[in-house]
Design a binder for this molecule. Structure first.
Ligand code: TRP
Length: 467
């Protein structure tokens, strides 16, 4: 018998609608909401970034999320196969290939960061973290020492990848659906409590100003702030798991009886709520402890243990629970990333799920080693250095491949597909919302993504446009 409980090559399906929702939410909620959101928001100046990010989620993210679900459920194939099935011989399939490539790139560094969370869990258990918090050099030095060690981060990355591979190996639905059901609410409650505590530390008013009073010059002077636009767009795609066919793949395991618009809205709302709560948890502490919000990828790994440390013994328990939950959230996201590549290679070469997950997961682990090794120099709290390997991987995948993939997906669902069929398959039908959705896919999303690309590559300026 096959381990997946299915015949080889017969497509799997979610056990239930709830299972699908949880898996899609599990994919969306991950390191992107806490680690990536807070450091990108911090580097991009806070409020204006947050506002742009929300605009991107609502007007571009949710419509493309709907498009991915609809394409996947209709085509019943992986990221590449779906386009080949629905639009044979047309160029849209490029989005699928870019998606598989992005899965390799993103998971390569995602596994590294997730590995750091495993290291933190163990450090809480062994008392190493307690010692670091109490020490004079603080958590910044502890973190810096850890990531600049040549072998340790690779070990934790390896461990995380082994766990991810095992889950994909077994077929997604068995463990992960059930675990998510318990872990997600627990994580939410913990984030809310910690946000409240963090706000009591004395940095709340500065944090509110940072997060909620946008610097309007970003809107009056967009050409000088192109990176913030690109960062907001990239973060929206990353956080919603969009633009590389992860949700096409998940949608393909779906039966007809799920209402897609409700599912898309549910996933996007939950994901965004998590990001904002994480901001409310991290930035008050950032200001209370006098840390620079633009500190970079190490932000949560230094700030959070400092908050927990100020809680005494309770803090050890909370820190342990917290990094455990982040690791679990990262796991359900990593599974969805690996699944994109595995689903493609399984079908393409007619390999078993078992063989494919080990092979592809192994390659991705190897690809991640430079990211594991490369995270530059640390000087106490400050993360020094230009864009290093991990940053570059993240930038290429999140700010270029994902929005470009999303652009093609929007063009396909808006133009490449028969409108009546798209409306019917999406469960919107010929309603106002359905037509608004098609309008966004046809015009709004492609134009906005295109203009942001032109802007950030400096082409508009060269052509003499002043927006
Ligand atoms: N959304 C996840 C997070 O926020 C990361 C992720 C999982 C992802 N699957 C994806 C990002 C697919 C882009 C595409 O952590």
């Amino acid at each position: 018998m096959n381990n997946t409980g299915l015949e080889h090559n017969q497509r799997e399906q979610w056990a239930s609608r709830l299972g699908f929702m949880l898996a899609a939410m599990g994919s969306a909620v991950g390191l992107g909401n806490i680690w990536r959101f807070s450091y990108v928001a911090g580097e991009s100046g806070g409020g204006a970034f947050l506002l742009l990010y929300l605009v991107c989620v609502i007007f571009i993210g949710i419509p493309i999320l709907m498009a991915e679900f609809t394409i996947g459920r209709h085509a019943k194939s992986d990221a590449v196969g779906s386009f080949q099935k629905l639009a044979p011989g047309r160029p849209y399939v490029i989005a699928g290939f870019m998606g598989v490539a992005s899965a390799f790139i993103i998971l390569s560094f995602y596994g590294v960061i997730a590995g750091w969370t495993l290291k933190y869990i163990v450090s809480y258990l062994t008392g190493q973290m307690g010692a670091a918090v109490a020490s004079e050099e603080g958590v910044g030095a502890f973190f810096g020492g850890f990531i600049s060690s040549p072998v340790e981060p690779i070990f934790w990355q390896f461990l995380f990848m082994i766990i991810t591979i095992s889950i994909v190996y077994m077929g997604v639905k068995k463990g992960i659906e059930k675990t998510n059901k318990i872990l997600m609410p627990t994580l939410a409650v913990l984030v809310i409590i910690l946000a409240l505590y963090s706000m009591s530390l004395g940095g709340a008013s500065e944090a509110f100003a940072f997060l909620f009073s946008p610097d309007w010059s970003i809107f009056t002077n967009p050409l000088d702030n192109t990176e913030v636009y690109l960062a907001a767009l990239g973060q929206a795609f990353f956080s919603l798991s969009l633009g590389m066919g992860a949700l096409i793949t998940y949608g393909s395991y779906l039966s007809k009886n799920e209402k897609l618009p409700g599912a898309a809205l549910g996933v996007a709302s939950l994901d965004t709520t998590f990001a904002i709560l994480a901001g409310l948890m991290i930035f008050p502490a950032v200001f209370a402890f006098g840390i620079d919000p633009a500190e970079g990828p190490g932000l949560v790994f230094v700030v959070l243990p400092e908050i927990f440390g100020s809680l005494g013994f309770v803090g050890t328990i909370v820190g342990l629970a917290f990094f455990f939950l982040i690791a679990a959230a990262a796991l359900s996201s990593a599974v969805s990333l690996l699944e994109v590549a595995v689903a493609y290679f399984m079908r393409r070469f007619n390999w078993t799920r078992q063989k494919t997950s080990i092979l592809i997961g192994g390659i991705i682990f190897l690809l991640g080693i430079p990211s594991s090794l490369g995270l530059g120099v640390m000087d106490q709290f400050t993360y020094i250095g230009e864009r290093d390997f991990l940053d570059s991987m993240d930038f290429i995948a999140s700010n270029i491949f994902l929005p470009l993939g999303g652009l093609i997906i929007a063009l396909f669902a808006g133009w490449g597909w028969n409108k009546t069929e798209a409306l019917k398959e999406s469960d919107f039908g010929d309603t106002f919302l359905g037509n608004a959705w098609i309008f966004v896919l046809r015009y709004v999303a492609p134009i906005v993504i295109f203009v942001i690309f032109l802007q950030s590559s400096g082409i508009l300026k060269i052509l003499g446009f002043e927006l």
